[in-house]
Design a protein around this ligand. Structure first.
Ligand SMILES: [Zn+2]
Length: 151
């Protein structure tokens, strides 16, 4: 199960924490497609946001759950002060949008089922599917390479 983040992160919460101006700027950042990646882990969300200025490094942003609420950091000047910046708002919105899309396809239920069956059954099942569908097999190989290159 997705612990922490899923229960705390809501659009309204982010809007209140960010304030209207930062929220609006984060929303523009998200809708402009500047979120390059967004990954949810245990009680945290990490993402990369493309800069608008040429030559600037992408912003690395992180949002996590603490006992007293949410904490944030980002490589932009606002985020370095551990304040909620537009980039962190953008990855939060990207995460919420993906959750919404997953729920509409029933993928949230599938996620829970896959987590429940666990490692060995999951591997056997995926190999079975890959035998029947070579394209899926190739996609799975790419997924593994991606994951291994990050680790
Ligand atoms: Zn930032």
């Amino acid at each position: 199960m997705d612990t922490g983040i899923a229960n705390i992160l809501h659009r309204g919460t982010i809007a209140v924490l960010a304030g209207a101006r930062t929220f609006e700027r984060g929303e523009r950042c998200f809708t402009a497609g500047r979120v390059a990646s967004c990954e949810a882990g245990r009680g945290e969300l990490r993402g990369v946001v493309r800069p608008t200025e040429a030559g600037r490094a992408p912003y690395q942003t992180r949002l996590w759950v603490r006992a007293d609420g949410l904490a944030y950091e980002c490589t932009c000047p606002v985020g370095l002060e551990r304040l909620l910046c537009k980039h962190t708002v953008a990855i939060a919105l990207a995460h919420l949008e993906r959750q919404r899309a997953d729920a509409s396809q029933g993928l949230d239920v599938l996620r829970q089922a896959l987590e429940a069956i666990g490692g060995a059954a999951l591997i056997d099942g995926l190999l079975g599917l890959a035998r029947r569908d070579p394209e899926l097999g190739d996609a799975l190989k790419r997924m593994c390479l991606d994951a291994l290159s990050k680790g």
